[in-house]
Write a protein that binds this ligand. Structure first.
Ligand code: NAD
Ligand code: ZN
Ligand code: ZN
Length: 345
């Protein structure tokens, strides 16, 4: 099959012919119908993820059709249309038993722990725990985002942040994660302020429900304070940046909640005395467990949430090296979906 192969961190990957994955007990193999390009793929390519062993095939935000079912997997058949949280949880540990598969210590992530979905086929472990059946009317392109960024933001904003109608929510960084968060928070009735360096991303944020937009930079904090009557109750770092973390810490209202979703490979220094004195809550959020997808899928089916509207570009495997490279300089506005055709050109 054709796949994107990283031979060296930071060196552009190439499209190569590699062996198709074999189905393992407890797992399935999918024909990849659509797979999103997430900044976490860029982090992986840059060498920020210690789990990655070279050579490596990235890709973790995916939807596809089952082409092989492993021993011990029941209820799933060849031809079923599915997605999966990028966190493939084991189903057996304490966290999984408690329903918190998103923090499973035995989790395996396609595109990080093993070869991922920037390929014609991908293997998924622990299928019984993680597969999510797609509603018939949902396209694969729409569903791909539910594997990582849209679902991650749904958990961050709704399950972890518990954002309520009428609250001010500031989303810093309006790429795939941030725009999803804008749409979800606005649908929950929050008043959303979107912050980004890219005017194109801010334009999209407005379209997806932001009440106000702010150009990122040193003046952002004052502008946010003015727009939120002194500061928001909720902030979200949807990029992963020290500058954003410091601005969020400064601008939050007392007892405010900060949602940390963007990765910070170099770490940050937090003014903990401010956390204490203002009773701020610093909340990490990681993916979303498959068994909680039903609520999100219902909101998509009813049209309250429209992840399909976030997609601004569809590319093929051949376009992936250039698209990854582009992420070094910045992010084009909107979400990019890759369609790897499962046939030879
Ligand atoms: N916690 C999780 O489970 C999880 C899941 C998915 C992605 N992530 C992480 O979330 C982050 C976002 O991913 P993405 O795919 O949406 O990224 P992205 O590259 O699509 O979006 C980042 C956005 O931030 C904007 N930006 C750049 N500098 C800025 C600044 N100084 N202030 C404000 N905005 C700025 C960019 O213009 C872009 O719109 C990444 O770190 C990714 O690895 C985490
Ligand atoms: Zn991702
Ligand atoms: Zn587990």
């Amino acid at each position: 099959m054709r796949a994107i192969v990283i031979e060296q961190f930071g060196v552009l990957p190439t499209v190569q012919d590699v062996a198709e994955p074999e189905v393992a007990a407890g797992g399935v193999v999918l024909k990849v119908e659509a797979t999103g390009l997430c900044r976490s793929d860029w982090h992986g390519w840059q060498g920020h993820d210690s789990d990655i062993v070279l050579p490596h095939v990235p890709g973790h935000e995916l939807a596809g059709t089952i082409v092989a079912v492993g021993d011990g997997v029941s209820g799933w058949e060849i031809g079923d249309r599915v997605t999966t949280p990028f966190i493939c949880a084991c189903g057996e540990c304490e966290q999984c038993q408690e329903g918190n598969q998103q923090v499973c210590p035995n989790q395996l992530q396609p595109g990080f722990n093993y070869w991922g979905s920037f390929a014609e086929y991908v293997a998924l472990p622990f299928a019984q725990v993680n597969l999510v059946r797609l509603p018939e009317e949902m396209s694969f392109d729409t569903a791909a985002g539910l594997g990582c960024r849209f679902a991650t933001s749904f958990r961050a904003v709704h399950q972890v942040g518990k954002v309520q109608a009428g609250e001010d929510v500031v989303v810093f960084g309006c790429g795939g994660v941030g725009l999803s968060a804008v749409m979800i928070a606005a649908a929950l009735g929050a008043r959303v302020v979107a912050v980004d360096t890219n005017p194109g991303a801010l334009e999209l944020a407005r379209k997806y429900g932001a009440a106000d937009v702010v150009q990122a930079g040193p003046g952002a904090v004052d502008e946010i304070r003015a727009l939120t009557g002194g500061g928001p109750r909720v902030t979200m770092d949807a990029l992963g940046s020290n500058e954003i973390v410091q601005q969020a810490l400064t601008v939050l209202r007392p007892q405010g909640r900060h949602l940390q979703v963007g990765l910070l490979p170099s770490g940050v220094q937090l003014d903990v005395s401010r956390l204490i004195g203002q009773e701020l809550q610093w909340l990490g959020s990681h993916g979303m467990a498959a068994h909680t997808y039903a609520e999100m899928l219902d909101l998509v089916a009813s049209g309250v949430l429209r992840p399909q509207d976030l997609i601004t570009r569809t590319i093929t495997l051949d376009d992936v090296p250039a698209a990854l490279d582009e992420l070094t300089a910045g992010t084009p506005a909107g979400v990019t979906v890759i369609q790897p055709p499962a046939r030879r050109p």
